[in-house]
Each structure stands twice: as C-alpha cells, then as structure tokens.
Design a protein around this ligand. Structure first.
Ligand code: RFL
Length: 391
C-alpha cells in the first residue's frame, strides 16, 4: 500500500494536516492509536486565535470545522479584585478569534475529513517508522484485528503529541531539546457551572486563578497550586473556596466537578522539527506553558506551514518550503514561548504565592500597569494574542 503522506496522530495537528491535504488533492492516511470516541472527548484548549480562524477561512473550512460561540476578543485580568479588560483587536480586517473548545474542533475536523472520503484509521497499534532519510519512508502498524500493515509514502507528519512515537524514531543526537520547568503547579478543574462572560485571569495574594468558558454551562478553572500537588488535596469545598477568594467573587456559582487534574507548567522545544522526510507538527515538537493559550494554536500553524510546503513540492517540485519548514515554525514557536513565559511570570509573580520575592512582584505589577495604561503596550499584547505573522 502507498500514499503521499502518512499522518501519525488525530489530534488538532494531525486532523488539520489531513483536512488541508485533502483540500489540496494530496492523498494521505491518518493513523491514530486511540478510538474515535476517546479522541473526541479530550478537553483542553478553548480559544482558536485570530490567525487560525483566518487560516481555516482561507482554506474554505471555517464554517465546517469551527464551532463554539462568538467572542468579543476581550480578556479580563482581575488584580486584587479590580477588573481590567485587554483586547486582541490588532486593527486588521477579517474574522476574529473564536471560543471553540478543542474537542469541538477535533470532532468537526474528524467529521469534515471523513465526509469528504478521508482515510482515518483508529486503534492503529505499534506504529513504527522506517527509512526516514530515503525518498520513500515506510510506516508499519498493527490493525485492531492484529494484521501488520506497511504503508510506503513520500512524507511522514509526526502529529502524535509529546508522548508519541514519531520523535523517538529520530536517532539520538539529532534533535536538541530546550526545556524549562516553571516551578509552578496548576490544578485544572472542569465543572458543569455557568461560563464567565469572557475569559478571566486573576492575580491575588493567595495565588493565580482563572475561569474560562467551555460552553454555555461548562467552565474550565485553573488554580495555582504546589508544583507537586495531588488532585486529592483539592476536594470540592477547597476548590470553590479558593476560587471565590482568588477571583474575589463570593457569589461564584458552583456546579458538579467532572474532571480534576494537577500538572507542572513546563515549556519544551525540539530543534530542528524535521529529520529526513519526517516532519514534527504540534506538541510532538514543542510544549508551551498553557498560560496564553498558544499550544493548540501553534499546532494549527505548523500544520498550515507543512501542508503548503508539501503542496509546493508535489505540484511544482519546489522544495524550499520543506527545507525551511523547521526554521519558519521555530521562529513562531519561540515568539509564543516568549509570550507565554511573560504571561506565566507576570500573572504568578504579581501575586504573593511564588517564591519570586518582592522585587519580582513589583516588576510583574509594573508590567501589568503598563499593559493597562499604555496603548502601545496593549497593542503589542493584542498582536501576540492574534498569532498573526509579523509583517
Ligand atoms: P495532541 O492533542 O496530543 O494529539 C496527539 C494525537 O496523537 C495520538 N497518539 C498516537 N497515535 C498513534 N500512535 C502513537 N504512538 C500515538 N501517540 C499519541 C494521540 O492519541 C492524539 O490523538 O497533539 P496536537 O495535535 O499536536 O495538539 C496539541 C494540543 O492538543 C495542545 O497543544 C493543547 O491542548 C495545549 N493546551 C492548550 N492550548 C491552547 O492553545 N490553549 C489552551 O487553553 C490550552 N490549554 C492545553 C491546555 C494543554 C493542557 N494539558 C495537556 C496539560 C490545557 C491543558 C490542561
């Protein structure tokens, strides 16, 4: 069996690659380890940034793959109970960002790809990649029935996240991993409780907290916690009490908690994002601290750059896009890492719950003050929020 591109993983990165290839008339096969139901339920990101919305629009896919509710592009930053609004309006024309939960995007991308005849194989086990430095790599996997299959292709898109097999197929010493542990933990809570009017980030002496919409009656909350905290240390009463205190909202309406996990904030970049004919796309190449909402949006960016490069090669024998893939993606990755790092430090250090100390606390407060009072600072922030390529 042979195809042009084998896509490993059916998350936001893999499904976007698959849909854009399909729109380009380039054959591909998607291999996903999990079931369709499992993939469709994974809840994480909540905002599709302006650039990504316009990208789907350019490909004629926006109406089919973007769900969720309209979004005025405003973000509330509450500091010790005082509310400030910041905007992602950078003055450019075109459709704005969308509040579209990651699982809705994934469900719709899956449906659009399959409706147009896409080849998507769930429960593909023991995937292995071979001859990546030759002209025709092969991908081997086992079907749910236990048959071992081999697919020959021209390119492999490694879209299988941070714990996938794609990156491990690269020999030791080829990739450099740049890592940062922020020394901060977050408790992430999902609840059937009223969504806030707009995404809300709160600085308080008791630690950072956030409240995001994930649907009209579903909310995502984040609470800064100890880096190695266990979710069991956070029973319902403690969660709601901490949220009411840190959001300075004694009337916050609670609801049944449906998911609760803790994790450490970390950032990771693998350089380069390519080995032979294997191209790493999305989380398989980089992890960004969730502060700033860039992880999924970076995955969508990589997918767009990759498919355009493959299209140039297949259609016009122009290899420049593929050769420049890693460099181009990494430029944006580092730009977003910087944004996310800036937000992570600012919104945590401005409270009193990190060990950054009073000097850094005052620096963080000065940055927030500048953001709220300087139109130039606000504009720079808006530009980063949109994710648009710098001119
Ligand atoms: P995914 O989503 O991890 O998908 C990878 C897919 O590959 C499959 N897979 C395999 N398939 C075959 N063989 C194997 N050996 C395989 N191993 C894995 C998996 O089953 C899966 O289907 O990576 P992708 O597509 O690169 O997408 C990246 C995003 O999911 C990620 O960046 C975001 O979720 C990060 N993120 C956020 N991003 C935002 O833009 N805004 C946010 O608000 C936001 N919040 C978050 C987040 C990540 C979080 N986690 C995971 C800590 C909040 C949280 C809690």
């Amino acid at each position: 069996e042979s195809t042009t591109v084998v896509v490993i993983g059916a998350g936001p990165a893999g499904l976007t690659v698959a849909n854009l290839l399909q729109r380009s008339g380039i054959p591909c096969v998607v291999l996903e380890r999990r079931t369709r139901e499992y993939v469709a339920q994974r809840q994480r990101a909540g905002i599709v940034e302006t650039r990504a919305v316009r990208m789907f629009d350019d490909w004629g896919l926006a109406d089919r793959v973007l769900g969720g509710v309209p979004y005025d592009g405003l973000l509330e930053i509450r500091v010790d109970g005082e509310s400030h609004l910041v905007s992602d309006d950078d003055g450019t024309d075109g459709p704005p960002a969308r509040l579209c939960p990651q699982q809705v995007l994934v469900q719709k991308l899956t449906a659009a790809y399959l409706a147009d005849g896409g080849d998507l194989r769930f429960e593909a086990a023991d995937i292995s990649l071979h001859e990546l430095t030759g002209d025709t790599p092969t991908v081997r996997y086992r079907t749910p029935e236990g048959t071992v299959r081999t697919i020959t292709c021209s390119y492999v898109a490694g879209c299988d996240g941070d714990h996938g097999i794609s990156r491990t197929a690269v020999p030791d010493g080829v990739l450099t991993a740049h890592t940062l542990d922020h020394g901060i933990g977050w408790l992430a809570v999902l609840a059937d409780a009223p969504a806030p009017a707009r995404p809300l980030l709160a600085v308080s002496p008791h630690g950072f907290a956030a409240h995001f919409p994930r649907g009209p009656h579903t909310s995502r909350y984040y609470l800064q916690c100890l880096p190695d905290d266990h979710p069991d240390a956070w029973p319902d009463t403690r969660v709601w009490e901490a949220l009411r205190t840190r959001l300075d909202d004694p009337d916050l309406v609670s609801g049944p908690i449906t998911d609760r996990e803790t994790f450490r904030l970390r950032s990771l970049v693998h350089d380069p994002m390519q080995y032979g004919r294997l191209f790493l796309v999305g989380d398989s190449a980089h992890i960004v601290s969730p502060m700033g909402g860039k992880g999924m949006n970076l995955a969508l960016y990589d997918a767009d750059v990759f498919v355009r490069a493959v299209r140039d090669h297949v259609r016009d024998k122009d290899e420049s896009g593929l050769r420049g893939y890693s460099h181009r993606c990494l430029r944006r990755v580092w730009n977003d890492q910087e944004f996310s790092h800036w937000m992570t430090r600012t919104l945590h250090d401005a409270g009193d719950a990190t060990d950054a100390g009073p000097f850094h606390r005052n620096l963080a407060r000065a940055r927030l003050d500048r953001l709220f009072t300087s139109s130039n600072a606000a504009r720079a922030f808006a530009e980063l929020m949109t994710g648009m390529d710098p001119a």
